[in-house]
Design a binder for this molecule. Structure first.
Ligand code: MGD
Ligand code: MGD
Ligand code: SF4
Ligand code: MO
Length: 735
């Protein structure tokens, strides 16, 4: 028996776990009480980590699709050979843009993925890059990119020091936070209230988080932008906007824009009484410190970017942006890629629907169009990495059909699932406990300046490549070096590139040092660790190769398996700003134009049902339903609806309802719930496992339906290209 401490890779909370191993098997998973960040917290998914890890349906080697549509096991060399040959053939014949890339959500929980996917993108040189960002976070990135100049500069609520939290469209007591790395949120929320702070939740469902709040406000789905504009309007109308200590531009214009949205006018659209709107604004302004935070339920709506913008506008107007207890910019302990030019939207457009590029990507909602529509630049080959786009994308059934038409598809994924069943080759990463862990991405969203590194808890089986090696070999293939090239060369060349750039920076202490010397100083058992060491040494607290005394290196993290905690966040304006003006832009042009769209829809009130999604505590996107320990109980795919609505339709709990969206229909059992607003129905996201060809034996027993059989690939937030997953009109009848 031995115990290892490591990070849970399943959600954004990044809890520290204590895992007891009996040989190669997990005997017990506990929250690590000694962990400096999560202090012993563990949720049911973390407790089931061993079951994820030991799932017999996880693939233990590469698969190749045969002529008859079955899969056969093949060796790793053969698999990479096939990928090389077939990708090269497509690219040679049809050009670089004919190869597309789709990267899924586990990227943000991985060390290997964020370390190689950017290099893979660079080498592929295709415009057809897609990811979950345009199904999830892009509205935030666009709003913050335009306001702060950097799409990665997304503030997080400083929960441990705040007096007031206004949460919209987020249910962190079940999701454990998103774009907000905050382990042990239940305790932190309790502490907030115990010190006299206030929690207010705005959601069309009375969620677990809403039930734990001081106040829950029902809102009509998709209308938060109106509600928040009502708050902004109130702040000005009641003289609650102070002088900003921050460098801001556009105050007068903002005030002008808000005039069209008085509480009495917006109340009708968002279903929140004007008095409540005014009191939400007053309380936020009166609190000594406070933060507004809005997440998935508000991002994936018709006005997702405007809503995300208004959140930060409120944080600025109430003096809460960038101050302790307010909404603060995260500070990872490692160096990030140097920020480029100030953020710009739409540097190019998608071929078929002319949709704007954001952060170098095109909207995933148009992936199927790019595959289906003939013509120069048509996508004919697809690489998916850690993504289940068939269940994740709007109108997923259309994506499912589109994937059948590809000339070649390769997937890096542990499962043969709804998406990878279309692949010609599947390259499975090893078990979770065979992988190292460091939070490259989530470090940016953490509420403390914290980092933790875990080496693999278990060794790789012989001849099994790590996920880092799989990806490095794909980088080599994409670069034209071929499948036989040494994957370690990728790391060494990236290290070299980073060192050159670091030495070029004005007044860099590395200028006078030889690169060979610096290479020689890096520690680590492999290229991935050496790169991490480099990022830590060059980071804001790094040792700069001895130039900064007691600075961080990988060794510091290796010596502290319970994590290195450098304390709470500190104000970062103006250093964090990348706008060309050097100021916070309150009224960037693309936003102002979109406000006109918001205004023009003001009188529109919908009749009939609208659909929203939700997440479940014991479920993880689309890929946990195969874990027996997490199935059953509350973990079912049902249509939540209000009792009054259900009775009107003659539906009771357990009855089948037929739900019709613009492109598809599903039949699903109803669950009556007083917690859902009238006129709203809600399906959990991530279900719909009943497709032939997948190898998910447990999930297939209770497949549920996919909410994305109902959503619409044409219905997007125009600025970010993100689909309307929430607030979509649907038709509900008894089945
Ligand atoms: N247990 C668990 N945890 C997870 C995941 C999981 O699948 N399971 N997934 C992870 C991922 S990828 C993400 S992105 C995060 C998401 O985490 P959160 O951002 O917390 O999102 P959800 O839990 O989906 O909750 C969204 C809420 O928005 C509400 N909502 C819907 N429409 C509207 C609207 O128009 N306005 C408002 N104000 N509210 C609305 C819904 O009722 C729902 O309660 O969770 C992560 N954590
Ligand atoms: N209608 C509706 N649609 C939604 C949402 C919604 O709320 N409503 N939520 C959206 C959101 S927030 C998100 S993030 C997306 C998620 O979209 P995706 O990321 O495409 O979907 P996931 O279900 O997270 O699938 C993750 C995939 O990665 C694989 N995987 C797991 N771990 C690893 C690993 O370590 N390495 C590799 N290579 N693969 C791994 C899993 O087997 C699975 O195939 O869906 C979006 N779609
Ligand atoms: S909250 Fe998230 S990180 Fe923590 S144990 Fe649960 S799944 Fe893992
Ligand atoms: Mo997500």
């Amino acid at each position: 028996m031995r115990r290892v401490h490591r990070t849970c890779p399943l959600c954004e909370a990044t809890c520290g776990l204590a895992v007891d191993l009996d040989g190669e098997r997990v005997a017990k998973v506990r929250g690590n009480a000694a962990d400096r960040f999560s202090r012993g917290y563990l949720c049911p998914k973390g407790a089931a980590l061993a079951h994820f890890d030991e799932d017999p349906d996880r693939l233990d080697g590469p698969l190749r699709r045969t002529g008859s549509g079955d899969f056969e096991p093949i060796g790793w060399d053969e698999a990479f050979d096939e990928v090389d040959r077939r990708l090269a053939a497509v690219s040679k014949r049809h050009g670089r843009d004919s190869v597309a890339l789709y990267v899924g959500n586990p990227l943000i929980h991985s060390l290997a993925l964020p370390m190689y996917v950017p290099a893979l993108r660079d080498e592929l040189q295709t415009r057809n890059v897609f990811s979950t960002m345009t199904l999830d976070t892009m509205p935030k990135s666009v709003a913050c990119g335009l306001m702060f100049g950097d799409p990665l500069a997304i503030p997080v609520p400083d929960i441990d020091r705040t007096d007031h939290l206004l949460l919209l469209g987020a249910n962190p007591l079940e999701s454990n936070g998103s774009l907000w790395t905050v382990p042990d949120l239940p305790r932190r929320l309790k502490a907030l209230r115990a010190r006299g702070g206030r929690l207010v939740v705005v959601d069309p469902r009375r969620t677990r988080t809403a039930a734990a709040a001081d106040q829950h406000v029902f809102v009509r789905p998709g209308t938060d932008a109106y509600l928040l504009f009502g708050l902004v309007h109130t702040l000005w109308a009641e003289g609650l906007v102070g002088e900003s200590a921050l460098p801001v531009r556009g105050m007068a214009e903002l005030r002008q824009l808000a005039q069209a949205f008085p509480p009495d006018v917006v109340a009708e659209v968002c279903g929140v009484p004007p008095d409540i709107i005014r009191s939400l604004a007053r309380e936020l302004a009166a609190a000594p410190t406070g933060a507004v935070y809005a997440r998935l339920g508000t991002c994936t709506t018709e006005f997702g970017t405007l809503t995300s913008w208004l959140v930060e506008v409120l944080n600025v107007l109430t003096g809460n942006l960038d101050r302790p207890g307010g909404a603060m910019f995260g500070q990872p302990l490692h160096a990030l890629r140097p920020p480029g030019e100030p953020f710009r939207l739409g540097r190019w457009r998608s071929r078929v629907r002319n949709l704007p590029e954001t952060m170098g990507e095109l909207p995933t909602a148009t992936l199927a169009d790019e595959i289906i529509t003939p013509g120069p630049g048509q996508v004919r080959a697809l690489i998916t990495i850690a993504g289940n786009v068939v269940l994740a994308a709007p109108n997923g059934d259309r994506v499912d059909d589109a994937l059948r038409g590809l000339d070649f598809m390769v997937s890096v994924d542990p499962y043969l699932n709804e998406t990878t069943r279309h692949a010609d080759v599947i390259l499975p990463p090893p078990r979770l406990l065979q992988a190292p862990h460091y939070d490259v991405v989530l470090g940016m969203r953490a509420i403390r300046r914290f980092a933790r590194y875990s080496r693999p808890a278990l060794p790789l089986p012989p001849d099994r490549p790590s996920e880092a090696e799989i990806l490095a070999r794909l980088v080599q293939i994409a670069s034209g070096a071929g499948c036989r090239a040494d994957p370690r060369a990728v790391d060494e060349s990236l290290i070299d590139k980073t060192l050159r750039a670091a030495a070029r920076a004005p007044d860099s202490p590395l200028r006078a040092r030889s690169r060979a010397e610096l290479h020689g100083l890096l520690i680590g058992e492999n290229g991935l660790e050496r790169r991490l060491d480099l990022m830590l040494r060059l980071g804001p607290f790094g040792d700069l190769f001895g130039s900064r005394r007691a600075g961080l290196t990988l060794q510091t993290l290796l010596d502290e398996p319970d994590g290195v905690d450098l304390g709470p966040l500190q104000p970062r304006v103006p250093a964090v700003l990348r706008t060309s003006s050097g100021c916070i832009e309150l009224c960037p042009e693309p936003i102002v134009s979109d406000v006109a769209r918001l205004r023009s829809r003001l009188p529109v009130l919908r009749n009939g049902f609208v659909l929203v999604g939700h997440r479940q505590l014991r479920s993880l996107n689309s890929w946990s339903h195969n874990v027996p320990a997490l199935t059953g109980g509350s973990n079912r795919c049902t249509l939540q609806m209000n009792g009054d609505d259900a009775r009107r339709l003659g539906l009771g709990t357990g009855d089948l309802a037929r739900v019709r969206g613009r492109h598809g229909v599903v039949e699903v059992p109803v669950e009556l719930s007083a917690d859902v607003m009238t006129g709203v129905v809600s399906l959990p996201y991530g279900w719909g496992h009943g497709r032939t060809g997948a190898r998910l034996r447990t999930a297939a027993k209770s497949p549920g339906v996919s909410i994305n059989s109902l959503t619409d690939h044409l219905s997007l937030d125009p600025l970010s290209g993100t689909p309307v997953f929430n607030g979509l009109p649907v038709d509900v009848t008894p089945a």
